[in-house]
Design a protein around this ligand. Sequence first.
Ligand SMILES: *[C@@H]1O[C@H](CO)[C@@H](O)[C@H](O)[C@H]1NC(C)=O
Length: 195
Amino acid sequence: MEQGVGANLLLLWAMCLGHAQADGSSGYASVIEVTNGGPWGGWARPEMCPDGFFASGFSLKVEPPQGIPGDDTAMNGVRLHCTRGNAEHVVESQSGRWGAWSEPLWCPFGSFLVAFSLRVEAPVIPGDNTAANNVRFRCSDSTELEGPGLAWGDFGNWSEPCPKGICGLQIKIEQPRGLRDDTAVNDLRFFCCRS
Ligand SMILES: *[C@@H]1O[C@H](CO)[C@@H](O)[C@H](O)[C@H]1NC(C)=O
């Protein structure tokens, strides 16, 4: 049900962007996803690179292991580092409150991010869940970059590639739950560049 409403809103948003495209402003060609995302939280607002910028690097916000008794959340955010020439612009959709940002990892010069795979811990009930723990990206020159996330769970299948690179992201994040178990980032989607 919630998923359906989210999909419809996304479609509506896509149609608006499609309309804007007719006026020459930015848009996206398609969305890439994976099938192993975590079950908690909701999709935050999407955020796109500016016109003419391509994501060529990324950084992660990661909370280190909290020990016992602690409430681990692992991955709390993902930033795309969009570049055009020497100009850089960073986008992050929405991020959680825990952890610290890593230094960016970059595709080799002249290549850009095209696909991703998500490391997710399967739900443990009852338990201290973390959901998404890490991300790998593939660059247009086939280089693979693995984020400095945590090691719980497994990497799932790769997404489809974006033919012309990644130009935006949307994060599925669980809001803080007070004394109850927190997971922060659960799933990711990326938007493919038009040109
Ligand atoms: C992952 O990919 C393999 C090979 O294409 C496929 O058999 C499998 O069903 C996929 N797994 C998921 C969870 O989609």
